[in-house]
Design a protein around this ligand. Structure first.
Ligand SMILES: CC(=O)N[C@H]1[C@@H](OP(=O)(O)OP(=O)(O)OC[C@H]2O[C@@H](n3ccc(=O)[nH]c3=O)[C@H](O)[C@@H]2O)O[C@H](CO)[C@@H](O)[C@@H]1O
Length: 373
């Protein structure tokens, strides 16, 4: 009996959040699962994402803040593990990180079939976000099996005429969100009474000096005694440093350390309004019915704008202030954005991905027994 595993590459927090349901769904089908932690987020604790019990490779790749060097380091460290005895039946990467790109390059070099979870997202601008948009294009071009969260994502892939097989599955972010919400106590209204603006900001285009207009907008909004502002700092020291420099010590703006996923979902759920440039939060906020202003001028997740749950405000100080104030003042506009919606899936993506993966492997390799550990 063959014991070839399915290896899932995990570099960052969002990959762990979104691949945990997939790993569990594959294991629930009796398939052998292995994780490959690249080390992109060095402090990532597998157990805190429910991934503690699975066999894992630890690649410990560090390449500073250069995403291309990191992708190369991941490819170099992972390729040998994909050759020889431990050769997996398939490598799965998720999203658009340099770890995902490195994984895709390693699979291609070792001749291992590649599946891409969260395929087909496009901002149609290689610089926004950089390097993620380029990573998505490169990974999708190499993938044999492409799991598109939405019909729009699948349409993007159809335009590119790629070689891999495309399936619309929903985004496993919503699976992870639903699982998390089930563990939370019932939603309570904020006891402080004041509306709370929750902020996260970490995209490369908002690093360093580029953070200034966003920070200045928060300082201007903090003049109102009727608003509480909380900024969740990112693990990346470059981003957290810029926020501390501008906002640290401000009496009306709270800077919070990075949160575990449970605390983040809890904070999101009880926020009045969210300002964020995060990809995952663009998926979660609509499902929770929390209006979101996206700190970007372009997005690969237009579905949440179309469903009326989010708006692109970019990083212009005056625009951010005007849009936050508009939603604080105009109840009808606020309510229209606060209707929960599921443009990114129904919470059953992981089960679909696991079933399609098994079917694909059986078609390639023969009977199912050969894939079971
Ligand atoms: C715009 C963009 O290119 N984003 C990509 C980026 O993630 P993305 O921009 O989503 O990365 P974030 O670091 O914001 O992670 C989002 C996830 O982390 C959670 N969270 C956030 C803050 C915190 O303190 N604690 C916490 O648990 C959020 O609830 C969400 O589930 O890599 C992901 C993984 O490949 C991709 O899916 C996204 O497309």
């Amino acid at each position: 009996m063959l014991t070839r595993s399915i290896t899932l590459v995990i570099g960052t927090r969002p990959e762990a959040i979104k691949l945990a349901p997939v790993a569990h769904a594959l294991a629930a089908r009796g398939l052998a699962v292995q994780l490959a932690f690249t080390g992109q987020h060095a402090t990532l604790d597998p157990a805190s994402f429910g991934l503690g019990g699975l066999p894992a490779l630890r690649l410990r790749c560090r390449a500073g803040n250069d995403p291309r060097l990191h992708a190369e380091a991941v490819a170099a460290a992972l390729t040998p593990a994909l050759r020889g005895e431990g050769r997996p039946a398939m490598l799965i990467v998720q999203g658009d990180t340099s770890s995902a790109l490195g994984g895709a390059l390693a699979a291609s070099a070792a001749g291992v079939p590649l599946a891409h979870v969260e395929a087909g997202l496009r901002s149609h601008d290689l610089s926004l976000p950089w390097p993620e948009e380029g990573n998505r294009l490169a990974i999708d071009a190499l993938a044999d099996l492409l799991f598109a969260p939405t019909e729009d994502n699948a349409a993007n892939l159809a335009t590119e005429r790629l070689g891999g097989e495309v399936h619309v599955t929903g985004n496993s972010a919503i699976d992870a969100l639903f699982e998390m919400v089930e563990t939370l106590p019932p939603r309570l209204l904020d006891s402080g009474g004041l509306p709370r603006l929750l902020v996260t900001c970490h995209r490369r285009e908002n690093w360093g000096a580029a953070f200034a207009p966003i920070g200045l907008a928060l300082i201007e909004l903090a003049r109102s005694p009727w608003l509480r502002i909380e900024v969740v700092l990112h693990n990346n020291p470059a981003m957290a440093g810029a926020a501390r420099l501008l906002l640290g010590g401000h009496p009306r703006i709270r800077l919070l350390p990075p949160m575990d996923h449970r605390s983040m979902i809890s904070a999101l759920r009880s926020a009045h309004l969210v300002l964020s440039d995060s990809g995952g939060i663009q998926e979660e906020a609509p499902a929770l019915g929390v209006p979101l202003l996206v700190l970007r001028s372009k997005t690969e997740r237009p579905e949440a704008v179309a469903s009326g749950n989010s708006l692109l405000v970019g990083s212009d100080r005056a625009t951010i202030v005007a849009e936050v104030n508009r939603l604080l003042d105009d109840r009808a506009a606020y309510r229209a954005m606060a209707v929960p919606a599921l443009p990114f899936g129904d919470g059953k993506a992981a089960a679909r991905i696991a079933a399609i993966t098994e079917d694909w492997l059986v078609r390639q390799h023969g009977p199912r027994e050969k894939l079971i550990a």
